[in-house]
Design a protein around this ligand. Sequence first.
Ligand SMILES: [Zn+2]
Length: 367
Amino acid sequence: MKKLIPVLVALLTICNSHATLGQAFSGPFIKKVVIDPGHGGRDPGALSPDKKIREKDINLAVSKYLGQEINTHYPEIEVLYTRQKDVAVDLDKRGIMASEQHADVFISIHVNSARRSTSVTVGPETWVFGGDRSQRRDDSYDVVLKENEVIKFEEDYKTKYEGFDPDNPQSMIVFNFQKEAIMRQSKILGSCIQQSLRKGPLRGTEKDRGMKEGGFVVLAYCSMPAVLVELGFINSAMDRKVLGSTDGQKKLARQLFLGFEDYLKTYAENGKMYEKVPEDKKPASVYYHIQVAASKTALPQGHMLFKSHPDIKYIVCEDHIYTHKYFLGSFADLKEASVFCEKIREKHFPDAFVIAVQNGKLVPIIP
Ligand SMILES: [Zn+2]
């Protein structure tokens, strides 16, 4: 089996001697996730009809299970929480904490309740920050009001959120710290999570409540892709069975994780969608890598190339026939890269060569 590697690699590297501009970079860009268990302390959130099941407890439990899932499958990703106990945290502080921590993703976890019990409402919905100005004052608008309501408990809310009327989510727009690119990315994250939740334990409804936009205070202060998830309805007996049980909470966390993972993959496949621009906007440094193989499609995870070289990475070049370029090593210095390339050629990959990558794109090598 081992002897096959150089042959295969040689085949893969054919048609690959000229790199062009305009490629997207694939890599582990997401390093830090902030999970926000909604409500806490004096603010219980939504309550079951007998008031025994409290939203704040469900949110905290599901958040911790989600964090565990991420830790287990992606130990290199750091998971932070806005609260780990039953305490109150101001809405703005949750987003500000995530921004100060330079988190890459923010997931706020909540449980819904229908104000009007005219119809049985069930199932999950996912929200991103936004202001659809034509939004009617309907049930979904109520969700925004309900989740923002807690700021009335915050002592200095009138000065802190000056100009914001808690009864009018549209007035939150002035506080939006999210840029266009981040809002786009939030929508991708939101749809990944919503699609996954639909397959989860609360899918019992034909109608997908979908992904929506609203003026949530907690999301307004996030300067990274951010979503607010309403797992299900606490006043629906069907949803409550799942929401109130450990097994159900774990299953919900699992679906949240799978949605997050979907986003992770989408994101890694196309880093162009959202690039963190350094504050001083200085051009990104050029890094040199050693390309050892190329393939028309992504190689499966169990591929022998990864078995023999677990530290292999790749970039995707959409405009190439061999779209996936696999490489080893990372050097700021071209000479160092060339020395490493020679070693690699001698060992396993006779056709290996140096490539230059800047800001996720292949660039010409300038000696
Ligand atoms: Zn809530």
